[in-house]
Design a protein. Structure first.
Lengths: 181, 977
């Protein structure tokens, strides 16, 4: 069972947090802070595992991968395999890469919803349900199609596809929407 | 639409705007956020769902990234999911799964909406609802929605079906009765050809089996089929985990499964799979020598990899193996030892752990020596890891592996001197523990303690204060073994003790008191002997008279000095040691030569004590004050006696002599009682007196006095009720009288009290007065040059040398052939009965979800009994056959032929349709059976079933032998087929 998925940048700012058991926001904040505290003290090119029983309680393991300015972190228990989890991070990042064409931190900052869509396809309720990034992509694209606002905006479709890398739920009535027109 | 809400929706800021805003206003983030929250609070109340959902989305974002509370918006989230638009639903569901929990009041309101969405034609809406349920499902929700999920489990859309399967785990967990509905279908899903479904369902079973493996034993054939047949590593890993849980319960299953696992181990290329196989073998298949050997080979491959992840996992695998197969660790010890100097902290820790696993009676000395040297060169964190693991390894089972306690005690001393050492507390516990348990080591203990106390540098390290407190206590308690009590007293009273927190300072003071008392005691005894040789005494008395008189004046001067500036205590501190510095040495050497106290030296000691204690008698800390007054009272008493003796040296009157020696004798009684280790269960073994009513409800008392227990034994303290000014004779007499009649039962209480109150005082505030470097006079201290922390690193040595050292060392010492050479026999270590070690809390895997496992057993039993209902024989046979049936059923795809040959009364070819039939009947049946014997029988079922299957399978086994490799050994009773 996966307990949490976190994406934190190298300054310790969370970019994506998902806890599969309910935690209060204070607790979440505390966990993120302590995980980052340990992470940033680790050298490059050491193993990707971290001892986190003290942070997440007994039977907790953590793997992380460091890509550019971001740490991708999975916390899980003994029913998952450590190396498989590393692979899963890889799958997640590959999918992001396909989605955003050379994903960078900004993509992740601005595509909060899409990120959740992707992650929800991979993991549901703490269980890994999908590991193929093409399948995930397919599902996510269909979801984005579904998510188009009910009353089709005056926005031409070309604009829509152009801004696909932006939030999938671009709300046309918003100020920025107005300006862009 | 009202105009304000129109305005709101027209000019509403989107999530992107918020994110941009946050990025550009770094400095005033919090004000920006609070402004946004204000907006959100307004927007979210609108009736326009578009505006509402955008507001909710922003709030959800702020909640997850900036930890803003969003529980207040839970109702609005429900409004969003009831929107017809998918986009709104999605936002709503995200918000709900992020913020709802069992105690959210409105959670019941979503039940209907969830049901609607689960039945929706849009598969994405269904998925949203399933996702949400899997995150927040409560008992009520799970109960209400079980039938919907059940329907979805057989939908043709793989996309939905796999999520439905995933949700089943949540259903079972929260609402065990869901098992009656869904379990059958879940089991059927195991046969799914779709790898996504299979992966989901195996994942669910893996979770279930990790909680209560026994219930899933009957499904072993299914898992076996997947283990042999599947090519998907995700699935295989989960199945391996299931077998790791099942195998220990059923040896025949283990026998059957070990071969396929080894096959995987040999063939697979995926490292994750290799590691999972290794772990499975190391945890659950430890009896299968060949499998373990194979795993060890694979571990070695991991260890030789450059990738730190694999290396770490390899070491981790070894440490799983270590308890039962130490040889695997020994084989790789060179790598283990090299890893100790790896840059990766995980690898270092793991190898340390393994190294400690290799420690035995014969090599503990060498390994510890090298490790301590290694700790000297390590960084702070790892250094303490090393020390910690040495300490914990050595004290296992009451110091089982230690034969040479003298060595161990000096090792403890050595550890304390490592600059990074922060294990003061652990060392403290062990020093005292060993002191109480091992009589023979006490002289060495005192020697080590003496060296630690005498080193002023250690006083500066707050981490070591606890250890010093132990050293002080040990030296005070076992002062009779001290080679040089005078020096010891000087060490205990050295000026830098002002750096200690007051709780530890009190221990120092009490120990000093004990030492002084010991000296006086010895002196008086010795003198009593000497009175027989009068001539000797007189000559001695004459020659020492002058110096005695001289030094006797010193306290008077000092007292005056104190009177002049009573507040300036630090100054009056340094005086005694400076003054006594020179003479101190003289007296020391004198003592060493003669092994006895001269009157001169005893007076000097008394004066020194008095000088140190005087300023403390005015301390703000009551404990310190009390001890100082105790000591001063004693000094008063003794000094009078000694001085008067001095004045009338030859005509010493009988009465005074009696007085002094009586007092000393009494006090001696008080101190003489030896302290021993106390069993943890000692309290329980005390018989309850008849008149004591324990049953009475005292619940309300608890609130009033929480800590009553701590003060219960205070009646026998050395504390006098008079704290005040009278530190004089009367006070001491009173105290002495009180202590002089320790009845036998009282002594134990006294013992207990002393143990508690000397070492375990509640820590009080530190009042460290930093003394300048000149404050401690080096004159009294023989190793005064030690200021640079002891064992300072010589820079030349590099760590590789050291690990090399360790390699060569372990080469010699780890080999079993080398017998430990007992230079001396192992001393007696006092052990108490079973209560000595902390009561072992048997860590039985607690069957937490009794309900769930009960339900599952019911289902499995039901399936069996139902299938053989036609047979009207007695109950047990029905059950057996039922079980048989299910197993046949599940493994049919492979074993069709064999099954047909089996003398089963039922026709196997029809089983499939029947099987399905039961699924539908089941809900009816479950009601009939609910109170039936099924549940009760559940527990014994496992054994019973396997035994009986065992018998039956003999016949079948022969039949399928040619088709199956593992079945070729005919003697093996086949569990699976």
């Amino acid at each position: 069972m996966i307990k949490a998925v976190l994406v934190i940048n190298t300054q310790g700012k969370p970019r994506l947090t998902k806890f599969y058991g309910f935690l209060t926001v204070e607790k979440q904040q505390e966990l993120i802070r302590s995980v980052f505290g340990v992470l940033c003290s680790r050298a490059e090119k050491v193993s990707n595992f971290m001892e986190v029983d003290s942070i997440f309680g007994p039977d907790s393991r953590l793997v992380y991968k460091h890509y550019a300015t971001l740490y991708f972190i999975f916390v899980f228990d003994s029913s998952e395999n450590e190396l498989a989890m590393l692979d899963l991070i890889q799958v997640f990042v590959e999918t992001l890469d396909k989605c955003f064409r050379n994903v960078c931190e900004l993509d992740i900052v601005f595509n909060y919803n899409k990120l959740h869509s992707i992650l929800d396809e991979i993991i549901s309720g703490g269980q890994v349900l999908e590991t193929s990034s093409t399948e995930i992509m397919r599902a996510v694209e269909e979801i984005s199609k579904c998510s188009l606002p009910p009353s089709p905006p005056s926005l031409p479709p070309s604009v829509m596809s152009e801004s696909a890398s932006n939030s999938i739920s671009l709300v046309p009535k918003t100020v920025s929407g107005w300006r862009s027109r | 639409m009202a105009s304000p809400s129109l305005m709101d929706s027209l000019f509403q800021r989107s999530l992107d705007d918020i994110i941009k805003g946050l990025r550009h206003q770094q400095s005033t983030e919090s004000t920006f956020i609070s402004k946004v929250i204000e907006e959100i609070r307004r927007e979210i109340k609108t009736t326009d769902l578009q505006t509402k959902s955008t507001a909710l989305q922003k709030l959800t974002y702020l909640n997850s990234i900036h930890s803003i509370d969003m529980s207040w918006a839970s109702f609005h989230a429900i409004e969003c999911i009831s929107s017809p638009a998918f986009a709104h639903k999605k936002i709503g569901y995200l918000a709900i799964s992020q913020s709802f929990n069992e105690s959210t009041p409105v959670i019941l309101l979503i039940s209907n909406q969830l049901r609607k969405d689960l039945n929706s034609g849009n598969e994405f809406e269904v998925n949203l609802a399933l996702d949400c349920l899997s995150r927040i499902g409560t008992v009520d929700l799970c109960r209400d929605l079980t039938s919907e999920v059940f329907t979805l489990m057989s939908t043709s859309k793989v996309f939905v079906r796999k999520k439905a399967v995933g949700v089943v785990f949540r259903l079972f967990e929260k609402y065990p009765d869901a098992v009656r509905v869904c379990f059958k279908r879940l089991v059927e899903s195991l046969e799914s050809s779709d790898s996504q479904i299979l992966s989901a369902v195996v994942g669910v079973f893996c979770e279930l089996a990790s909680k209560d493996p026994r219930s899933y034993l009957p499904l072993a054939p299914e898992f076996y089929r997947i283990l042999v047949g599947s090519r998907n590593n995700w699935v295989l890993i989960k199945v391996l985990k299931i077998f790791a849980n099942l195998a220990p319960l059923e040896p025949r299953l283990a026998k059957r499964v070990v071969e396929p696992i080894c096959d995987h181990l040999r063939k697979t290329g995926a490292k994750s799979m290799v590691f999972e196989c290794i772990r499975t073998v190391a945890t659950s298949f430890t009896e299968y020598e060949s499998a373990v050997k194979l795993a060890a080979v694979k571990i070695r491959e991991f260890l030789l990899e450059d990738d730190p992840n694999l290396k770490y996992l390899g070491l981790h695998g070894l440490s799983i193996m270590a308890p039962k197969h130490l040889w695997a660790v020994l084989e790789n010890k060179d790598i283990v030892i090299q890893s100790l100097s790896d840059e990766d902290p995980n690898i270092k820790l793991e190898s340390l752990c393994l190294l400690m696993a290799m420690v035995s009676e014969s090599n503990v000395v060498e390994i510890c020596r090298v490790l301590v040297n290694y700790a000297l060169k390590s960084d702070l964190e790892f250094c303490n890891e090393i020390l910690g693991s040495i300490l914990s390894t050595c004290c296992q089972n009451v110091y089982e592996i230690i034969t040479d306690f003298d060595w161990y005690v000096s090792l403890l001393g050595e550890m304390s001197r490592i600059p990074h050492c922060q294990k003061g507390e652990e060392i403290e516990n062990q020093l005292i523990d060993i002191g109480m348990r091992v009589k023979d080591v006490r002289p060495e203990l005192v020697r080590v303690g003496h060296h630690l106390l005498i080193d002023p540098a250690l006083l500066g390290n707050p981490y070591l204060h606890r250890m010093l407190s132990a050293a002080a206590w040990v030296c005070g308690e076992y002062v009779e073994f001290s080679g040089n009590p005078v020096e010891l007293l000087e060490a205990l009273l050295q000026p830098r003790t002002s750096l200690l927190p007051s709780s530890i300072r009190t221990v120092y003071m009490q120990s000093a008191f004990k030492v002084l008392f010991f000296c006086v005691c010895t002196y008086i005894e010795q003198k009593e002997d000497m009175t027989l040789e009068v001539s000797d005494l007189t000559s001695k008395g004459e020659c020492s008279e002058s110096s005695d008189l001289a030094s006797a004046k010193a306290p008077v001067e000092c007292d005056q000095d104190e009177g002049f500036n009573p507040r300036n205590s630090s100054q009056s501190y340094e005086d005694p040691s400076v003054v006594n510095g020179g003479p101190g040495h003289v007296s020391t050497s004198a003592f060493m030569e003669e092994k006895s106290f001269t009157r001169e030296s005893i007076v000097k000691l008394v004066n020194l004590m008095e000088l140190s204690m005087c300023p403390l008698s005015g301390s703000y800390d009551v404990e310190i004050q009390e001890r100082a007054r105790n000591a001063l009272g004693f000094i008063e008493l003794v000094k009078q006696d000694i001085l008067s003796r001095l004045l009338r040296k030859e005509a010493n009157s009988e009465s005074e002599d009696v007085c002094a020696s009586k007092i000393v004798e009494w006090l001696h009684d008080a101190f003489y009682e030896e302290l021993g280790p106390v069993s943890i269960t000692a309290q329980e073994r005390v018989l309850i007196p008849d008149e004591l009513v324990l049953k009475q409800n005292l619940a309300d008392l608890e609130a009033i006095c929480g800590n009553v227990e701590l003060t219960s034994s205070c009646s026998f303290s050395l504390r006098s009720p008079y704290y005040g000014e009278s530190a004089g004779v009367s006070f001491s007499n009173h105290q002495v009288e009180e202590d002089s009649e320790p009845s036998t039962e009282a002594t134990s209480l006294l013992t207990e009290h002393r143990r508690r109150h000397e070492l375990y005082y509640l820590p009080s505030e530190k009042n460290e007065t930093i003394t300048t470097a000149n404050d401690y006079a080096p004159a009294t201290i023989t190793i005064a040059n030690d200021y640079p922390p002891a064992n300072y690193l010589s820079s030349g040595i590099n760590t590789n040398d050291d690990s090399q050292d360790l390699v060569t060392l372990t080469n010699q010492s780890l080999l079993p052939k080398r017998k430990p050479n007992y230079a001396k026999p192992r001393p007696v270590v006092v052990k108490l009965d079973e209560g000595d070690a902390a009561p072992v809390t048997a860590k039985k895997p607690e069957v937490k979800d009794d309900l769930l496992s009960g339900a599952i057993r019911d289902i499995l039993n039901e399936a069996k009994s139902a299938s053989s209902q036609s047979n009207p024989s007695d109950k047990s046979s029905i059950k057996k056959k039922g079980k048989e049936k299910l197993n046949v059923d599940l493994s049919d795809s492979k074993e069709d032929l064999a099954v047909r040959e089996q003398p089963n009364p039922e026709n196997p070819s029809s089983r499939r349709s029947k099987h399905r039939g039961h699924g539908k009947e089941k809900s009816k049946k479950s009601q009939e059976k609910k109170d039936g014997a099924g549940r009760e029988d559940g527990g014994e079922k496992g054994k019973q079933k396997s035994r009986n299957r065992n018998g039956k399978h003999k016949t079948r086994q022969r039949a399928d032998a040619p088709s199956n490799v593992a079945a070729q050994t005919p003697a093996i009773p086949d569990f699976l087929l």
